[in-house]
Design a protein around this ligand. Sequence first.
Ligand code: ADP
Length: 426
Amino acid sequence: MNEPRLIVPDWKEEDRLKAIDSYHILDTPKEEEFDGIVQMAARICRVPIALISFVTTGRQWFKSTVGTDLQETPLDCSICSHAILQKDLMVVPDTTMDDRTRNNPLVKGDPHLRFYAGALLETSDRLPLGTICVLDFAPRTLDEHQCDTMRFLARQVMAQLELRRTLSQLRRALEAKEQLNTLLGDRAAHLESLVQQRTEKLSETVRELESFAYTISHDMRAPLRAMIGFSEAVKEDYSPLLDAHGIDYLRRIASAGHRMDQLIQDVLAFSRLSNADTSFQAVDVDLLIREVIRSYPNLSADFVSIAVDTLPPVKGSSALLTQCFSNLLENGAKYSKKGIKGKIHVWAEVRGSRTKLFFEDQGIGIPEQNLQRIFEIYQRVGRDNEGSGIGLAVVRKTVEKMGGTVGVESEVGKGTRFWVDLETAG
Ligand code: ADP
């Protein structure tokens, strides 16, 4: 009689069961690859029955079988549950002579199994999942070649299992990637709609603010006009009653009032730009600039001498171009050298679809460190400057509205050259 060696497993049952689960093999349908392996085992060992068996909780489950239709058996019918405790191939030449098998119901009763040999299905970290085993109805044994083949086939089963597991991991990774892509797509769409909503809200707020600025500025002009008007009336009607100080105060009130009025007008002009018409057409710039010069009192020949070359038409809006040119020309006149009448030269360069208009003066110039900020609203340079700091912000906004760009070069004490780049008309 065969004396079984008592083997204490060096693995934990919990780890072994987890390992089986990780292959997702239990209760899967038959597969050719595994069927081929058990058929080969039966043929080489010349036995009627061969199985690939996984020993799991309460049962052993067969992935592939030859010579039996059984899918699984309870553990008390399992010889493989003994085989997985061995380090190597377990061969039981006569099951009725071995303590581990003699009381097995399949040995004692139908179908009276008498021979068993099982090779371990073992993971790389030596956890036994089950066996590939061969069985016979008569006692017998295996030769060395058959034993080696059983071990080899066990390794083949493991290789198939690893392959299946890697493939299913890959499939799961791909599915996760797909899900992630869908999720990202959804997120992107959500973000896009959020951005759109916020932009709309922001535009609405900007519109409200601009209309608020417009209303406030507009309403402020009426009392201001009254102040200026009354201070002038006092000066006219009551001058004889006032001394030189009194008259100077009145003059200052009126001048401060005028300055405030100019400031309000500038703010109004800037707010109006947001609602400006954006349907552009060819504008006769040559004519327009000459009209601006004629109609703006600050640009009269008494204050400034302006030379205008022949100018080509550009694509834009007459209203916006009037605001832009008047600001540039008025600045050229305003920032002339002290005591010297300003001189401005206006000319154009056409390069294909773009036209660059130049406004060059011989005034005080702008220090280099200030060139960047002068186009920002409320930015003024120089202490005695009484401007609003809005003019160049208007210039930039009008030009950008017409799809153009604006720039400046300057040298302190020599003069300043602004340029406006717009689309050539026609
Ligand atoms: P404002 O003239 O009301 O101060 P602007 O926005 O028109 O406001 O101009 C901003 C600043 O740029 C001015 O304060 C001035 O210092 C400077 N500047 C503008 N144009 C000229 C120019 N042609 N020559 C010198 N300095 C200029």
